[in-house]
Design a protein around this ligand. Structure first.
Ligand code: NAD
Length: 493
């Protein structure tokens, strides 16, 4: 069923000036799913004014009051579980098995988490001396712009929106044009939960106009951004004119290291999940595989055999686990990396082509693809592919594995597979990444901080650390001496 949404500004659902709209296409079959307004700078100004106006009342609610509203949003999400899941599957292509059982329940759980954890937020009392009270208080930043990507359309909004809202900020959300509809549906749920008008505004439209107008706006205090590293760099540059805070969750090129003593079967299970979950469209997807030479052949054979079984097809069928790439140009880009890997001399072990079945013929599918015999100088081992394409390389010593893993501009995540946890921990200390998993890849919880280093960005989503991202610390000093002359005034006398 087609969904044509308006955008949310100041509690009203409105069209963009000029009435232009963005068409949303189902990448599994090329059909039109719905549309959203194509906003511009005019709507950004209106949304910022609404958010500025709504800020004082929202910020002066108690944490408990805001927290209870977040719990209602969480319940509202689960009440619309099937509708949200179907919408996300239709607009982004992620199979219904995943959106029903993973994305939507996790969105609800994360609102619950933020509702709870924010109530434990504290300031400090500082032991300066008996003549004063010196303390810190945590305050919201003001109006924040939240710019999100298409790979987990709802979840990426929730990671930021839950934390920003509960800490008392008012928000303007800018979802991706490829998949903006679940965010707009979330907007309806947010309003039904009792969020006051203007506290959450949602604007759809191109990053170059709506996104940049938000980033440049003098009344926006912070941009929370998740997306491509190149976009993150541009946002940093644009934000500097207003000395705006930016949080950047950017791309990754994540290493998966299999040590000589690894349990190969466990590593293979982790590899299939790490590489092909969400058709590899995951910032933390396992992408560069470094396998100890002693078990390279055994690992490669089992990894190929297990990946071959992944069912690719109708995304509305609960048995499908591999969906299409999210849009046609992205499919073409991923296929370009496959061609590049062949030209560079990598050996194709699996996939490398589109499936050819009636259910996939009109969509943007690419089969799980594994290359062997890879080296770090191959372009596809250095650049983020963001699709179901991985490369396997050999190493002989732990030092070499660490050097290969660190030989990247990115620093988002890595995993080490070993039975020797002590050795694994030593390696984890040497790997430059925001997260290192040992005997696991791609597992993220509300309680665990998420964010990268190097060109994967800075700042953290999730965990208690995200509360720092959406609050500022104010120091308050109270004189308790009660006397007009303080000893330190003598310096001017
Ligand atoms: P993208 O950078 O193209 O777009 C992300 C968002 O930014 C969209 O809403 C887009 O409209 C907006 N945008 C684009 N240009 C802009 C500009 N000049 N100014 C302001 N906003 C602009 O990224 P994408 O293709 O949607 O997402 C894929 C990328 O996201 C990958 O690199 C992936 O690794 C990254 N990602 C990172 C994380 C993480 O936690 N580190 C999580 C998910 C995705």
């Amino acid at each position: 069923m087609r969904k044509d949404y308006k955008v949310l500004i100041g509690g009203e659902w409105v069209e963009a000036a000029g009435g232009r709209r963005i068409e949303v296409i189902n990448p599994a079959n090329g059909e039109k799913v719905g549309s959203a307004p194509e906003c511009g700078a005019e709507e950004v100004d209106k949304a910022v004014s609404a958010a500025v106006e709504a800020f004082p009342a929202w910020a002066s609610k108690t944490m408990g009051e805001r927290s209870k509203i977040l719990l209602k949003i969480s319940q509202g999400i689960m009440a619309h579980q099937e509708e949200l899941a179907k919408l996300e599957t239709a607009e982004q292509g992620s199979p219904i098995r995943k959106t029903m059982n993973f994305d939507v329940p996790l969105c609800a759980e994360q609102f619950e988490y933020f509702a709870g954890v924010a109530r434990a937020l504290t300031g400090e009392t500082l032991p300066v001396g008996p003549w004063c009270l010196s303390c810190t208080v945590r305050e919201p930043l003001g109006v924040v712009g939240l710019i999100t990507p298409w790979n987990f359309p709802a979840l990426m909004v929730v990671w930021k929106l839950g934390a920003a809202l509960v800490t008392g900020n008012t928000c303007i959300v800018k979802p991706p044009s490829v998949a903006p509809l679940t965010t707009l549906k979330l907007g309806e749920i947010v309003m039904e939960a009792g969020v006051p008008a203007g506290v959450v505004n949602i604007l759809t439209g191109p990053g170059e106009s709506v996104g940049e107008a938000l980033v440049k706006h003098p009344k926006v205090a912070k941009i929370g951004f998740t997306g491509d590293t190149a976009t993150g760099k541009r946002i940093m540059r644009l934000a500097s004119d207003t000395v705006k805070q930016v949080g950047l969750e950017l791309g990754g090129k994540n290493a998966f290291i299999v040590m000589a003593d690894a349990d190969v079967d466990s590593a293979v299970e982790g590899a299939v999940f790490g590489a092909f979950f969400n058709t590899g469209q995951v910032c933390a997807a396992a992408s560069r595989f470094y396998i100890h030479e002693s078990l390279y052949d055994a690992f490669a054979e089992k990894f190929v055999a297990a990946s071959k079984k992944l069912r690719c097809g109708d995304t509305m069928d609960m048995g499908t686990v591999i969906g299409p790439l999210a849009y046609e140009a992205h499919r073409d880009k991923v296929e370009g990396y496959i061609r590049g890997a062949k030209e560079a001399g990598a050996t194709l072990l699996l996939g490398g082509e589109r499936p050819d079945t009636p259910e996939t013929r009109n969509g943007f599918f690419v089969l799980p693809t594994i290359f062997g015999g890879c080296t770090n100088d191959m372009t596809f081992m250095r650049e983020e592919i963001f699709g179901p394409v991985v490369g396997l390389a050999r190493f002989s010593t732990p030092e070499e594995a660490v050097a290969l893993a660190n030989d990247s501009n990115y620093g988002l995540s890595a995993s080490i597979w070993t039975k020797d946890v002590r050795a694994g921990l030593a390696m984890a200390g040497q790997i430059k990444a925001g997260t290192v998993w040992i005997n696991e890849h791609l597992i993220i919880f509300c309680e665990t901080p998420w964010g990268g280093c190097k060109q994967s960005g800075w700042g953290k989503d999730l965990s208690t650390m995200v509360l720092d991202e959406y609050t500022t610390t104010k120091h308050i000093y109270v004189d308790l001496t009660g006397v007009p002359e303080k000893p330190w005034y003598a310096i001017l006398k």
